[in-house]
Design a protein around this ligand. Structure first.
Ligand SMILES: C[S@@+](CC[C@H](N)C(=O)[O-])C[C@H]1O[C@@H](n2cnc3c(N)ncnc32)[C@H](O)[C@@H]1O
Length: 194
């Protein structure tokens, strides 16, 4: 069951991931998504986490304490993903999560930005495995609206024979609830019949 954007993403990850998978958290933040993925991929799995803020990476490392997952902590922008994820994992990543925006409790001016987000999403899509999953939680502050509009342009143009793209909105939630965009690469065997 889920009750908001974040728990919806965690439900999808629980349905999708297996022990030993290779996964990327493109926006580490406080490490909640990273911890869920680490628990699912387990000791044989590999997790890459990206964030531009040391405070976020510290919080994430703390939250990952006690997991046996191989963790690669990247103090770098996710737009560098294709250079920083080992080439042996290109084409083999089973899930990539983006939770856009700023680090709660810190400087709201340090936020994901439309150009680097688009670069990172495109790079991430190129690295997904045959049935790989990308989730993007989009917020509704001004830069978030710009990111969402640009992302919609990008993902609506993806070939439906190769990709399944959907979005989920929490329509009775008060305030400005985030929207979840989910992109799944079709398994290779499905692609010709889609
Ligand atoms: C909403 S938080 C992520 C929440 C996190 N996934 C969690 O489970 O706690 C967004 C994070 O994106 C980070 N960020 C901003 N620009 C970034 C970039 N270019 N590359 C990677 N992370 C970035 C921010 O520093 C912030 O920590």
């Amino acid at each position: 069951m889920y009750h908001n954007a974040v728990s919806y993403v965690h439900m999808l990850l629980r349905q999708h991931l297996h022990a030993g998978d290779v996964v990327v958290d493109a926006t580490a933040g406080n490490g909640f998504d990273a911890r869920v993925m680490a628990d699912l991929v387990g000791d044989e799995g590999t997790l890459y986490v990206f964030d531009i803020q040391q405070a976020a990476l510290r919080a994430t490392m703390q939250r990952l304490e006690g997991t046996g997952t191989r963790v690669n902590i990247m103090h770098a922008g996710h737009e560098q993903m294709s250079d920083l994820v080992s080439t042996e994992h290109h084409g083999g990543i089973r899930a990539i999560t983006f939770n856009l925006g700023y680090l709660p409790g810190h400087d709201h001016a340090i936020t994901t930005m439309v150009d680097t987000t688009l670069t990172a999403v495109s790079a991430g899509l190129a690295m997904l495995s045959s049935d790989g999953l990308m989730t993007i939680v989009c917020y509704r502050h001004p830069e978030g609206e710009r990111e969402y509009a640009a992302l919609m342009e990008l993902v609506s143009a993806l070939d439906q024979g190769l990709w399944v793209v959907s979005e989920t909105r929490f329509v009775n939630q008060r305030g400005m609830p985030p929207v979840v965009v989910v992109i799944q690469r079709r398994p290779h065997r499905e692609q010709s019949s889609a």
